[in-house]
Design a protein around this ligand. Structure first.
Ligand code: PHE
Ligand code: NA
Length: 438
């Protein structure tokens, strides 16, 4: 068998992981979750969960991936016994579902980039414009275009496909978003927007934490690409000498910074424009934000830059999901990479067609796919990983984390104990809440 692929550089791995983390989760999902769950109150829970649940679970994925040098299914087969040897399948199924609807939303983002370039967004008609974008054949077509781009990149492999493309995409995303945030800061509504976004209302937090907490947990997993084996897969292409925790801090830090920056772009624009139409939920950036673009000077160009940035971010995430399922066929069955990507990419495209074609105003298919994948599968995946390394594969985890650090000491114990009790309890509660609440 040919030698397994690997990253060319440490930076390449970090950029790929950042590229995976930074995506629609930061720019599309995060702002509407903030809007739906009380602004800064949501932000506080979210940040706590990122640090105390997301980061430890990311370390679990890194450890498993680097230890086994395998795709998530193969990795669990190698180190898990009994039912543990099977849990990789949860990740594979999650990957299929997530990529299928992620690509549909990314297709709409592409359409909105073009609309901005063509002039401007529909003033007063943002809802109708969004309704015309979603559903029907155009939406299926843009879904196909996006999946074709994903397949194209991943077909070139780890170094020439993923690593090469993220070296271009990740710096571009950062530069564009920071530029947009600086511009948004000069708008007249910026002050009011920052106040809404940045001052937590303790009353709201106390009253609604049972709703905010599960939503913030789901968002934390989604945004960090956790619970579906992306980080297992990416770490499986790593050499042995790296300090996983250090890489993790950079990756989590950048993802958080970018989500935060997306809020600094969206809220000032929203507060500045006199909105006639707003919408919550998945339509938020499409309806409310594009309506806002139509009300500010140069809104068309700005909107095009914004949506182009989001398209790039979506692409660098989508390729990581594609790589999870692709690596499975390559590792386990020796299938040629191009064949594997082509076949799986087509299957994922087909799975997304109902979401793309759906013409209901409530986007029922999207809500169902997002609910299953995000609120159930990702949390379940993270929970299983925390139990596995926290209670069963503790030595393996500590050994991997210690490489490149060499004196993990109390940090390692702290990590294990966070996994063992608080993370598991919290994820069980969240899973229960989400499973009974969807
Ligand atoms: N982290 C990505 C985002 O924020 C989404 C994602 C989820 C990617 C799960 C891979 C796996 O958009
Ligand atoms: Na993210």
């Amino acid at each position: 068998m040919a030698q397994r692929e690997s990253w060319a550089t440490r930076t390449g791995f970090i950029l790929a992981a950042v590229g995976s983390a930074v995506g629609l989760g930061n720019v599309w999902r995060f702002p509407y979750q903030v809007g739906e769950y009380g602004g800064a109150a949501f932000l506080v829970f979210y940040l706590l969960l990122i640090a105390f649940v997301g980061f430890p679970v990311m370390m679990v994925e890194f450890a498993i991936g680097r230890y086994t040098d395998r795709n998530p299914v193969g990795a669990m087969k190698q180190i898990g016994s009994g039912v543990w040897s099977k849990i990789g399948w949860v990740f594979l199924v999650a990957g299929f579902v997530i990529l299928s609807y992620y690509s549909v939303v990314a297709g709409w983002i592409l359409q909105y980039t073009v609309i901005g370039l063509q002039g401007n967004y529909a003033a007063g008609g943002a809802g109708a414009q969004f309704a015309a974008t979603t559903g029907g054949l155009t939406s299926v077509l843009t879904h196909a275009i996006f999946m074709a781009a994903v397949i194209g990149i991943v077909a070139f492999g780890i170094q020439d496909g993923i690593e090469f493309s993220v070296k271009l995409m990740v710096p571009a995303i950062l530069a564009l978003l920071v530029g947009l945030a600086v511009y948004a800061g000069t708008l007249s509504g910026a002050g009011e927007a920052y106040a809404y976004y940045l001052s937590p209302d303790l009353g709201t937090m106390a009253a609604n934490w049972t709703e905010i907490l599960p939503a913030a947990a789901a968002q934390a997993f989604f945004t960090l690409s956790l619970g579906m084996g992306v980080m297992i897969t990416y770490a499986s292409y790593l050499g042995e000498d790296r300090n996983l925790a250090k890489d993790g801090v950079i990756i989590v830090g950048l993802d958080t910074l970018i989500a935060f920056t997306a809020g600094l772009v969206a809220f000032p624009i929203l507060f500045t424009a006199d909105l006639t139409e707003t919408t919550d939920g998945p339509g938020f950036i499409f309806v409310s934000l594009s309506e806002a673009f139509s009300n500010i000077p140069l809104g068309g160009v700005l909107g095009a830059i914004f949506f182009a940035t989001v398209s790039i971010a979506a692409l660098s995430s989508a390729i990581s999901i594609m790589e999870v399922v692709t690596s499975y066929l390559i590792d386990e069955y020796g299938v040629d990479r191009k064949v594997a990507v082509g076949a799986l990419g087509t299957a994922i495209f087909l799975l997304g067609v109902p979401v793309a074609y759906d013409q209901s105003a409530s986007l029922v298919w999207l809500v169902v796919y997002d609910g299953i994948a995000n609120q159930i599968l990702l949390i379940l995946g993270g929970l299983l990983l925390a139990i596995f390394v926290g209670w069963f594969a503790t030595d393996l985890g500590l050994e991997e984390l210690d490489k490149g650090v060499r004196d993990l000491g109390a940090w390692g114990q702290a990590w294990i104990w966070i996994l063992r009790v608080p993370v598991i309890v919290l994820l069980l509660v969240v899973l229960w809440q989400n499973a009974t609440g969807v």
